[in-house]
Design a protein around this ligand. Sequence first.
Ligand SMILES: C[S@@+](CC[C@H](N)C(=O)[O-])C[C@H]1O[C@@H](n2cnc3c(N)ncnc32)[C@H](O)[C@@H]1O
Length: 335
Amino acid sequence: MSAEHKAAHDVVELITGGWRAQAVYTAVRMGLPDHIEAGRTTDAELADAAGVAEEGVHRLMRLLVAMGVFDGDGRAGYRNTDVSAALLDRPESLRDMCLLYGEEFYTAWGHAYEAISTVSAGFEVAYGQPLYAYLGQDADTSDRFQRAMRAGNLFFDQVPWVFDFAGKKLVDLGGGNGHLLATILAAVPTATGTLLDREHVAPIAMQNLAATVGLDRVEVVGGDMFTTVPPGGDVYVLCRVLAGWEDDAVVGLFENCRRAMAGPQSRLLILERVVTDDGSTVLPALWDLHLLMTNGGRHRTVERFTAMLNRAGLDVERVAELPMETTALIAAPRH
Ligand SMILES: C[S@@+](CC[C@H](N)C(=O)[O-])C[C@H]1O[C@@H](n2cnc3c(N)ncnc32)[C@H](O)[C@@H]1O
């Protein structure tokens, strides 16, 4: 292939990316991975089970087989691959993420030009209100959002491998539903934990923690982390809470953590996706723009985090990689 033909081919591959995503979304919305799992595998059986046109199923599956999402054919029957199996309707599935990305977030990305050129949330341009206000109005979408976010928690069980929590008192700020704290406490029986989140989230965390690790080693506090940080912690954890806030607010939060620390041996543990400016990775840069589309937030480089921590009197001691393009930054108070 000549360089010119290759370039044209690459352009077509790039500009049809949205179509591919919509094809996968449509198959999931029709429940095709689940129907195949249940033994309804031909075009006719799938169309019947999904209540849709057989010709549509055939044309959609032709593409998805070519893309490696499914195997087989419409007469003898299709088979799930590892990819379509990850989209089955069951716990730990990426199904809800796929549905959300194919609907609300696809619509938000449809306003990418306005969002990027004015650095404002594409979601708000599309729906006339912020994502969280929208989610608050519709319980089904809100539940799906929570389930979709859980698919991003796959790195949680690796966190005790990058930081030694043994015998430590950890404080999880903006700890959400308590899933991370429960995972750490389950893996480290000598650790204790305090979770702080907004007043309306704290009872949900309490419920989840009670149902998983129990409340013996746990305290749950409702409040605003920008004004109150529970004192005396050995490790302050900030997991996926910084992207929506401006640098000055985050530096203020880092300062609050440093002042609240039990002593010089205490640490701050930041768990975030980070971007690089050297063009070496695609997914983190995509997640960064995705944050802009959804809530106007941003991901930062390790260098930017380092400078912000330094402003707050903390030094980065160590950086460790976790699954799902997540990075752990461990910072120590400056003596
Ligand atoms: C994206 S979620 C992350 C939750 C959890 N850390 C995780 O990784 O699953 C952000 C969390 O920050 C909490 N949050 C936002 N502003 C807060 C504030 N001012 N004080 C305490 N929590 C806050 C939200 O309620 C939400 O639970």
